[in-house]
Each structure stands twice: as C-alpha cells, then as structure tokens.
Write a protein that binds this ligand. Structure first.
Ligand code: PAF
Length: 283
C-alpha cells in the first residue's frame, strides 16, 4: 500500500476517468512512467511534470517484458509504500500501479518494435530490452492519454527510442527528456546503484569522470575511436569488471558520427560484479 495521501488507481477505467476529468477542466496532465525503487532522478521528473503541466501522474509497474530471463526482474527492488510517500512529497497527484494482468492479460500477443535507433549499443547487449520498453510505454501512453510524458536522459537511448515510437505511431503526447540527476561525486542516480557494495560504489563514481575526460580529449582533437578505446581502458584500470561499450554517437540516431556538425553523445555501459551501470553525456 502506498502513502495514503497519494490516490492510487490500479485499472485503466479509473486512470482514464481521473485524467479525462482533469483535461475536461482544461488542466494539462503530465505522465511519469517508472518501475519504482524511486530516487531523486524520478522525483525530478515529477517536478518537471508539475512545472510544465497542472497535474502529474506517476506509473509504477516493473515490466517483465524488458528483462531477459537471466536479468534481475525477480530481485528488482520493490517498495510501493516508500515510492508512494516520495511521490506525494514531490507533488505527484495520482499513482497508477496496475497488476501484471491489467498490462498483459491472458492472450496478450502484441509487441511494439522500433528499428534503427534500437539496434546499436543497448540493443546489441540487451536485444529484448527496447521491444519491452516500447510495448509497455505505448500501452501506458494510450491508457493514460496525457498531454506530455517525462523520461530521464540517464536512459538516453531509451528516450530516443520512445521519441521515435511516439512520432512514428502518431501518439498525441509530447515526449519530454529531463537531465540526469547525479550524486555529489557525479554518479548518475539509478535504482540499480542499490546493488553496489561499498567498494563497487567507490569505483562506480569513476564512470562519469572517465566520460568527461574522453569528451575533453575529443575536443582537443583526439580521434573518436582513440578516445573511446582510452576511456574503456581507463574503466578497466579503475576496477570495472567488464565493459559492454563506450561509444561516441550521433545524439539522435545513435549511429556512428559521420557529420561533425550534428550533436554527438558519449554513452557507456560497464559492469561492476553483477551490476551493470550506464551513463551518457553530450559531447
Ligand atoms: O526507465 C524506466 O524506468 C522504464 O524503462 C520505463 C520507461 C518505466 C518502462 O518500463
């Protein structure tokens, strides 16, 4: 049970009734999709929703379709009461927390697949991931029909996939990206940081500094491939146990940079023991 001061709905009819009542009064509604285990990064999305809209609705659903069988679906942290209290404190007006049977009833047989922008980077290492995300986010947007939906740049490729998907499918919702929120040592906030041991947590803070250094090197004229390789080498030397990728890519398509006049982004995914961390920054 979530904090009692935050109203909760668990079905589509209840969600739509409240949102269409607000919109009928001329109020703008912002949606903040989450999988719970909330931190300040999520709360910044709620605050952004309240700044740009009149009402903020958060969703809480740990989406099984975006986890591979060997991933952390079972151990993903779940604390609806704690999440509800945090959402209420950030000014959230409604929590939508559907059961799995509401999202994926028996016989559910539809997947939303976004090609191109989904394919590289996360798409290579987690091939199931963006299909699961695009499917659940499409459902959440169509269930809620808000004016805008808010996503963190921490999951930068996910944000580009969702923008592409909403545009391609003419879903009439503005997709808003919000800056990554970081700890005081620069580590990007993530629900999965809770898995880190004290030693791993210390090493994790190196990730953002190593990406900053790579950006500086590129600005000083180092070729992109060399800056990527150096950054990967520094991550290994810092204690990261495995590096999935460090890549400087076109900021919109996530393809290799071919036109240096277009915005670029550095993105990385690396492991500390059993925990996979991702981060990214504008180049
Ligand atoms: O970023 C997340 O927390 C999830 O991928 C999302 C967008 C809520 C879909 O399950």
């Amino acid at each position: 049970m979530a904090d009692s001061s935050l109203p909760i709905v668990r079905d589509v009819a209840g969600l739509r009734a409240q949102i269409s009542a607000w919109r009928g009064q001329g109020l703008r509604v912002g949606l903040v999709p989450t999988m719970g285990a909330l931190h300040d990064g999520h709360l910044s999305l709620v605050r952004a929703a309240k700044e740009k809209c009149d009402r903020a609705v958060a969703t809480l659903f740990v989406n099984p379709k975006q986890f591979a069988p060997n991933e952390d679906f079972e151990r993903y942290p779940r604390d609806e009461a704690g999440d509800g209290a945090m959402l209420a404190s950030a000014g959230c007006d409604l929590l939508y927390a559907p059961e799995r049977t509401i999202m994926y009833p028996d016989g559910f047989a539809t997947s939303v697949i976004v090609t191109s922008v989904s394919t590289p980077l996360e798409g290579e290492f987690r091939p199931h991931f963006f299909g699961g995300v695009a499917t659940v986010v499409t459902k959440l947007l169509l269930q809620a029909l808000p004016d805008a939906a808010f996503f963190g740049e921490k999951d930068y490729q996910q944000l580009q996939v969702i923008k592409r998907m909403a545009g391609d499918l003419d879903i009439p919702v503005a997709i808003e990206g919000c800056a990554t929120v970081r700890e005081s040592d620069g580590l990007a906030m993530s629900s999965r940081n809770a898995y880190l041991s004290a030693d791993e947590r210390r090493i994790a803070a190196r990730l953002n500094h190593i990406l900053h250094d790579a950006i500086k090197a590129v600005h000083a004229g180092e070729p992109i491939a060399q800056a990527e390789a150096e950054a990967a080498r520094h991550l290994s030397a810092a204690g990261f146990t495995s590096i999935d990728y460090v890549a400087i890519r076109d900021a919109q398509t996530l393809q290799p940079v071919t036109d240096s006049s277009r915005p670029a982004r550095i993105l990385a995914a690396a492991w500390l023991g059993k925990t996979r961390l991702i981060d990214n920054m504008a180049v």
